[in-house]
Write a protein that binds this ligand. Structure first.
Ligand code: GTP
Length: 235
């Protein structure tokens, strides 16, 4: 079967792994996501995954908490998610290498760009953990950064909603769904798809972003086949 893309970044939020439970890791949900990743992998697509950590840690303890400390806690929570994904994917026979942006070499390889590219060429799924390794940067920004670094053709941004809307579709039943947006539209309209650092990084490096819902994990396969789902953000 023809796929439109050869190398992609899949951004999974931490929340995507907690399913309906809403916290931590929901094994059946992770299983379903990994089955979809495997299907895409079997189409000869090179896959790197950037995973968030919001299922374990979001924000801070009240206003008093130091922002950097809170962000480091978030980065550590992404490592837990990366190891869970690695475990499930490997049990399915998909080779995986986890690389962390904060060195913890007893746990996983450190992030080395050239090695990541080599793993992708050797048909291993690479999971990028610990964000960019810096506080004040989100895992969406990590996805944009890694996509630029490894020359990925697009970012698949898996969300809990199925596309980008002009207002929250859960609050406003008349919310308008967008099929296509430009980076500038997203910035000017203040659409809450990605933070502005992430979106400008994609804009500067001309990396398209496909926003889609992960409630149907087979959407990942549809997306790499170039089927029209969700919202595409490009030039
Ligand atoms: P090639 O060199 O392309 O064959 O890649 P490879 O990943 O198979 O070889 P390597 O010898 O680098 O790694 C073997 C295994 O050790 C893989 O599962 C790696 O993820 C793991 N590994 C490599 N470096 C580190 C590290 O610094 N820390 C940890 N924890 N694991 C590592």
């Amino acid at each position: 079967m023809e796929t439109k893309y050869k190398r992609i970044i899949i951004k999974l939020s931490g929340e995507a792994l907690s399913g309906k439970v809403g916290f931590g890791i929901d094994p059946p949900t992770v299983q379903r996501i990994c089955e979809s990743v495997k299907e895409v992998f079997e189409q000869d697509v090179e896959i790197a995954i950037v995973v968030g950590g919001g299922n374990f840690w979001r924000g801070r303890f009240g206003e008093g908490m130091d922002k950097s400390t809170a962000d480091y806690m978030g980065m550590l929570s992404t490592v837990i998610n990366a190891l869970a994904l690695q475990d499930v994917l490997e049990q399915m026979g998909v080779p995986v290498r986890v690389q962390t942006a904060i060195e913890m070499k007893e746990v996983a390889e450190p992030y080395i760009r050239r090695k990541a590219v080599r793993h992708l060429e050797k048909k291993r799924v690479v999971i990028f953990a610990a964000g960019t390794g810096n506080p004040f940067f989100t895992t969406d920004t990590t996805a944009a950064l890694r996509a630029a670094e490894v020359d990925a053709e697009m970012i698949l941004l898996a969300k809990s909603v199925d596309a980008v809307y002009d207002s929250d579709p859960e609050v406003n039943p008349d919310a308008k769904k967008y099929d296509r947006l430009t980076y500038i539209d997203v910035i000017n309209q203040g659409l809450k798809v990605m933070d502005s650092t992430a979106i400008t990084l994609c804009m500067d490096n001309k990396i398209p972003i496909l926003v889609f819902g992960l409630d149907q994990p087979e959407n990942i396969l549809k997306a790499v086949r170039g089927e029209t789902i969700g919202t595409i953000i490009e030039e």
